[in-house]
Design a protein around this ligand. Structure first.
Ligand code: ATP
Length: 434
């Protein structure tokens, strides 16, 4: 399938089946804003909960927080975002379109070929005012990343969780960036979600100490990529060259993905040294050091930061699992991620005894899992519809069910059907959904 074609198909399926709609559509939309619909929100929640499960629930050394989105503006002065969180912007002198200078291949306007102005630094943080009066004293920012709240809460978490270094703090939440050139569907938007961990490690005695832990995080990222069903052959590590590193970073690896519009950043992994805790101590006057419980030594832990975009994860998953042939359109989603784990069909909708039996099974399963109900059209059409949204199993209740309490379960990927006892259904799904 041609790459651009794939993107168009995904966007169209996303809209048609209620995964993602253009934002504010009835008012003509709002450029590059997208709303997650009933199936999109399920998929997105499943991604977030899988991440939380892998990195927080199943690990002893990582705890979570959910911090306020609007923070004291001094946080952003300390972090360097007020002075450094800039993108170089150029404007076309002819059509006045604006572009991110570092994204342009040519020195002419890509829209009209006009000449461009020289680059000016544009700060990407959204500003607003706290309270009813809009003046400089109550200027605040919408957070451009979730990371800073983790540093600001570091001491509170340390005291209340009794964790010892090395340990991490995780957070999932919205971030806002006034991107100059948003686009490519949900790849680059001005409002998006991040899943970030700040992993605090002892102050390294030499490079080997942090390099080893950094390597462990590289492999954790790959494990995650595999777990969610992103095609690993389309993921490439790019070590950011020294001259392009962010001001806080000593080493950054971008995990790039072959999106249909080209290879671009999916995730980042950065070694941030002790920059953040040290700077927050300097700016706030509060001690941000860690005290080793055994030696009593005080120091600023260093930090390794895996930073993941939720929306880019969702897009990379869709690009990896979408398949179309002349018979069907399928999302081969991992069952744990699929919005519906199974669909229940009565073979015919006009046979009350079938419908009643199917309804009972539907309600039983629904107390445990997201289950779809479909009694429209013929079973073939229902399979088509469930394949399109990635439902891994379809359960059909027919006349034999009434006699022997068995039903047909059909596998989305193999399209094979088997006959199961109704009583076995829940166990069957449980096994597949681990
Ligand atoms: P880019 O170079 O694409 O602008 P970045 O290097 O500025 O991204 P980070 O600051 O490292 O991105 O943010 C961490 C992660 O957050 C990214 O890897 C990406 O998954 C996600 N992300 C960043 N900006 C956006 C955005 N505008 N829309 C959607 N996701 C984003």
């Amino acid at each position: 399938m041609a790459k651009q074609d794939l993107m168009e198909k995904i966007i169209s399926l996303a809209k048609q089946r209620g995964f993602i709609y253009p934002g504010s559509e009835m008012y003509g939309g709002l450029a590059n804003s997208w709303d997650y619909g009933p199936l999109g929100v399920e998929l997105k929640n499943n991604i977030k909960s899988m991440w939380w499960d892998m990195f927080v629930r199943r690990r002893d050394d990582i705890v979570g927080i959910d911090a306020a989105l609007i923070m004291n503006p001094k946080v952003w002065e300390a972090s360097g975002h007020v002075s450094e969180f800039n993108d170089p912007m150029v404007e076309c002198k002819k059509c006045h379109s604006r572009f991110r200078a570092d994204h342009l291949k040519e020195s002419k306007c890509p829209q009209c070929g006009g000449a461009l102005t020289s680059a000016q630094q544009f700060n990407m943080m959204f500003r607003t005012h706290l309270g009813p009066v809009a003046n400089d004293d109550n200027l605040v920012y919408l957070r451009p990343e979730t990371a800073q709240a983790i540093f600001v809460d570091f001491k509170n978490v340390l005291q209340t969780s009794r964790k010892t270094v090395p340990f991490g703090i995780a957070q999932i939440g919205k971030a806002f960036r006034n991107e100059i050139t948003p686009g490519n569907f949900i790849f680059r938007t001005r409002e998006f979600e991040q899943m970030e961990i700040e992993y605090f490690i002892p102050a390294p005695k030499n490079d080997k100490d942090w390099e080893q832990l950094f390597k462990e995080w590289v492999s954790a990222m790959h494990k995650w990529i595999e777990l969610v069903g992103i095609n690993p052959n389309k993921v490439h590590e790019l070590e950011v060259p020294k001259e392009k590193l962010a001001h806080y970073s000593k080493k950054t690896i971008d995990f790039e993905f072959d999106f249909p519009f080209g290879k671009d950043e999916l995730y980042g992994l950065a070694y941030r040294t002790d920059f953040d805790l040290k700077t927050h101590e300097k700016h706030s006057g509060q001690n941000t050091k860690y005290r080793d419980p055994v030696s009593g030594e005080e120091f600023w832990p260093h930090v390794i930061e895996p930073s993941l975009g939720v929306d880019r994860t969702l897009l990379a998953i869709l690009c990896s699992v979408y398949e179309q042939d002349d018979k069907r359109e399928v999302l081969h989603l991992k069952p744990q991620l699929a919005p519906y784990k199974a669909a229940v069909f009565p073979l015919m909708r006009n046979k009350p005894e079938l419908v009643e039996k199917a309804q009972n099974i539907y309600h039983d399963l629904r107390s445990k899992y997201m289950i779809a109900w479909d009694d429209r059209g013929n079973v073939g059409k229902r399979y088509y519809s469930q394949d399109q949204i990635g439902t891994p199993y379809c359960i059909t209740i027919d006349f034999d069910t009434l006699d022997d309490d068995t039903c047909t379960i059909r596998d989305r990927d193999t399209m094979e059907q088997e006959r199961l006892k109704v009583a076995e259904l829940e166990g069957y799904l449980r096994e597949k959904l681990v």
